[in-house]
Design a protein around this ligand. Structure first.
Ligand SMILES: *Cc1c(COP(=O)(O)O)cnc(C)c1O
Length: 354
């Protein structure tokens, strides 16, 4: 039985989008590919509200987290941590031989700009990492407020928007983000295996001063090939064809604002349901419109619920890492409809007799 995925990535892929992945192969050195690269780049700039350079990477998002660190951290990085994925930024920074400090917030908390300001004022950092939408805790931090702090320091601003880009409005330029990265298997609803980042002029200037950037993820090599509208490696062309098609659908059929609105509705619906029966894990003000993290204060057996939902054609998401069993999550991102979400919530009600 085909099952609907209510996990925070990968998400269900619309059949017409999936079909794009089986189109005839083209040469990655030909004109057709150059056009594909150029067209997708233009669409991505609209999605991201930026004029920055764009890197479409044949890797998952974690590859681009590594790229951001390798290209943009020279002296010392501040990793702002409020969950599992922001913690991964730190692991990546340190394992690439870079110096780094952690600014720790509780799991479930958003990034608090005032505390970030204080930390930056005391340290000698040249880069800051944050996760916009902490998928492990269902928390969305407020980028505009954070950027008001960041702009007062000479740092490169590295932002993971993996589970929010395409579902929540993110204005890269206005938020002063130097590297904004995301994968395609979450709110963009494509199969996993491709990721995207923006690279500001400041990020590229910085990269020139950073040694040992490697080759595969080197921003400057990427840019050298971009000048010729080429890729430095053989990319996943099927993914790029599907991405270009899906971006066209998002921009021209649904419309960006409508897409953000639909995610807002799905977030609101899930929060109302969660508050009626349980409690939200994060403060409601920061509760995400792409994934809701719910306290399991009724002590329901998540494994049993998962099994029963599976029998009814759904894939359920438990809490992440140390939150497993204590919380569970409902993802509402990508091409998911409000109607499908409502049916899912009704099914949980039925199983748990809520
Ligand atoms: C899923 C996720 C990642 C990891 O993405 P991969 O595609 O598995 O590399 C990183 N950050 C956040 C916030 C995520 O949700």
């Amino acid at each position: 039985m085909e099952k609907k995925l209510f996990i925070p990535g990968p998400v269900d892929v619309s059949p017409d989008v999936a079909e794009q992945m089986s189109r005839p192969m083209i040469s990655h050195r030909g004109k057709e590919f150059s056009n594909l690269l150029e067209n997708s780049t233009e669409k991505l700039k609209k999605l991201m509200f930026t004029d920055s350079n764009i890197f479409i990477s044949t890797s998952s998002s974690t590859g681009l987290m590594e790229a951001a660190v390798r290209n943009c951290v020279k002296t010392k990085c501040l990793n702002v941590v409020n969950g599992a994925f922001s913690d991964r930024w730190h692991e990546i920074t340190v394992s690439n031989g870079k110096e780094a400090d952690i600014l720790q917030f509780d799991w479930g908390s958003a990034v608090i700009p005032g505390i970030l300001d204080e930390k930056l004022s005391k340290g000698d950092y040249d880069a800051v990492t944050i996760v916009h939408n902490e998928t492990s805790t269902g928390v969305t931090s407020q980028l505009y407020e954070i950027s008001e702090v960041i702009k007062n320091y000479d740092v490169i601003f590295l932002v993971d928007t993996v589970s929010s880009m395409g579902g929540i409005k993110i204005e890269v330029e206005k938020s002063g983000i130097d590297v904004c990265l995301f994968g395609v298997q979450k709110a963009l609803a494509l199969p996993p295996g491709l990721s995207v980042c923006s690279m500001s002029g400041k990020a590229l200037e910085k990269a020139k001063t950073v040694p040992d950037r490697g080759y595969y993820f080197d921003f400057l090599t990427v840019m050298k090939y971009w000048e010729k509208r080429q890729s430095h490696i053989t990319p996943s062309i099927p993914h790029m064809q599907a991405l270009d098609y899906q971006l066209g659908k998002i921009l021209d059929n649904e419309g960006l604002e409508n897409r953000f609105k639909r995610h807002g509705e799905m977030g609101g619906l899930t929060r109302t349901w969660a508050k009626k029966n349980f409690e939200l894990f994060p403060d409601e003000k920061y509760s995400s419109n792409t994934v809701t993290c719910i306290k399991n204060d009724k002590g329901i057996n998540c494994d049993e619920l998962k099994q029963k939902l599976s029998e009814r054609g759904y894939v359920f998401s438990d809490g992440y890492g140390k939150l497993a069993g204590k919380t569970f999550r409902i993802a509402h991102m990508g091409d998911r409809t409000v109607e499908e979400l409502r049916n899912y919530l009704d099914t949980i009600d039925e199983i748990l007799d809520l």
